[in-house]
Design a protein around this ligand. Structure first.
Ligand SMILES: Cc1cc2nc3c(=O)[nH]c(=O)nc-3n(C[C@H](O)[C@H](O)[C@H](O)COP(=O)(O)O)c2cc1C
Length: 392
């Protein structure tokens, strides 16, 4: 809240006040630390932990690592912690060590994470995903190469039989029954996410994974109702969003992460993303989380601080839907400016939160507010030293 002089005169005589004088009143200001409500979910600030694969699961099951990874950022003050890409089918994993949500047995270890995240005043979200033709690889720290069957790999699927790069395995083009089964898998995964207690579900349609592969003419060269025109390429994601939306109660929001552009001429681009975002909004999607790239290793991406923010702005303005900005956002004043300037409604951080799990607390300090301390810390540290004694 900031104190601002009222621009129009107040003509009330309450409490003996003179008529037509200016009063200082508290007007809400939207900034990085202001709350944000989507349906019945209230976020305590605009800072979100972006989904980040940990490649640390066995058979898709969340474990202590995932609890600490997400739990520490929740204790560190983020408003929303989104669990990494969780595969809706075993073949939808990027690596054999991805999280999964394809069976009911996956629910309870995820519910444990939800309970802890919520106990810290944060909201727990989960990204549901299928890696398409980019599945069946080794974890990045083992080189990220394609896994053979002997190494525990599997046949990958995609809209068309076009490999991710020359020499990569040729995927199996999904047939109509395969597409229907995929839509069912996303819906079932959403049901399990709700059973685990997640209050935000995000559909992963970015980074060159299966749903993005259908959107992009680079990876989708089908000649049926799922390929060709923009409407046809959008069809699968819209079907998935519609089915997932019907599975989620009205009071809970649905996010979709997209790649706003392939960064390749003739590929998926921001104009198509605006049309897509409008269609998603019509289906009841509440926020578009705006990333980019991933369809082809040939893309030349002009990486720089906040380089994807203009896409979040464009979609917010032209599709009239809340957006999340992500990508090389590392300092609080810049993150704050994204919100105050109306570029996006939420700011998502990934790598900077790996470097600094308590980044959100630091942002509160930098913006001269008291961080939302966990109870066992707050009573001990709440009173900040005088400015002269502060290290920064
Ligand atoms: C270790 C790691 C894992 C990631 N896993 C996912 C993921 O599961 N889903 C996703 O949509 N993006 C994933 N990303 C991308 C991030 O969410 C984010 O969009 C990207 O890193 C840019 O943000 P940053 O500059 O703050 O890191 C991952 C990034 C990193 C560094």
């Amino acid at each position: 809240m900031v104190s601002q002089p009222l621009s129009h005169p107040v003509s009330s005589l309450e409490h003996g006040a003179r008529a037509d004088i200016e009063h200082d009143v508290e007007l809400p200001e939207t900034d990085l630390l202001s709350t944000f409500a989507l349906r019945s979910v209230e976020l305590r600030n605009r800072i979100v932990m972006s989904p980040m694969c940990q490649y640390s699961a066995t058979d898709g099951f969340a474990n202590d690592w995932h609890l600490v990874h997400l739990g520490s950022r929740a204790a560190g003050g983020v408003a929303l912690a989104i669990v990494e890409a969780s595969a809706v089918t075993p073949a939808g994993r990027i690596t054999p060590s991805d999280l999964g949500i394809w069976s009911d047995a996956h629910i309870e270890p995820l519910a444990r994470i939800v309970r802890f995240v919520q106990s810290q005043g944060a909201v727990a979200g989960i990204q549901i995903a299928h890696a398409g033709r980019k599945a069946s690889t080794a974890p990045p720290w083992s080189g990220g190469g394609v896994l053979s069957a002997d190494e525990g790999g599997w046949r990958v699927v995609a809209p068309s039989a076009i490999p991710f790069f020359e020499g990569a395995p040729v995927p199996i083009a999904l047939d109509a029954a395969g597409i229907d089964a995929l839509v069912d898998s996303f819906e079932a995964a959403a049901g399990r996410a709700l059973a685990a207690g997640f209050r935000v579900i995000e559909i992963h349609a970015a980074h060159g994974y299966l749903l993005h592969e259908f959107l992009s003419p680079l990876s989708n060269q089908r000649d049926d109702e799922y390929g060709g025109s923009r409407e046809n390429r959008m069809r699968l994601l819209l079907r998935v969003a519609e089915r997932v939306r019907t599975r989620i109660p009205d009071e809970l929001p649905l996010f979709v992460r997209i790649s706003a552009t392939d960064w390749v001429p003739g590929g998926w681009d921001i104009d198509q993303s605006v049309v897509l975002a409008r269609a998603l909004r019509e289906l009841g999607v509440d926020l578009v989380d705006v990333s980019s790239g991933g369809t082809t290793p040939k893309a030349r991406i002009p990486i720089a601080p906040g380089y994807q923010v203009p896409f979040a702005r464009r979609i917010r303005d032209d599709a009239d839907i809340p957006t999340g900005a992500v990508g090389l956002i590392t300092d609080a004043p810049f993150a704050n400016q994204i919100i105050t300037g109306g570029d996006a409604d939420l700011v998502l951080l990934a790598r900077e939160l790996l470097r600094e799990p308590y980044w959100a607390h630091r942002a509160y300090h930098d913006l001269d507010e008291e961080p939302p301390w966990p109870t066992p810390y707050g009573y001990a540290v709440k009173r900040r030293p005088e400015p002269a004694m502060r290290s920064r």
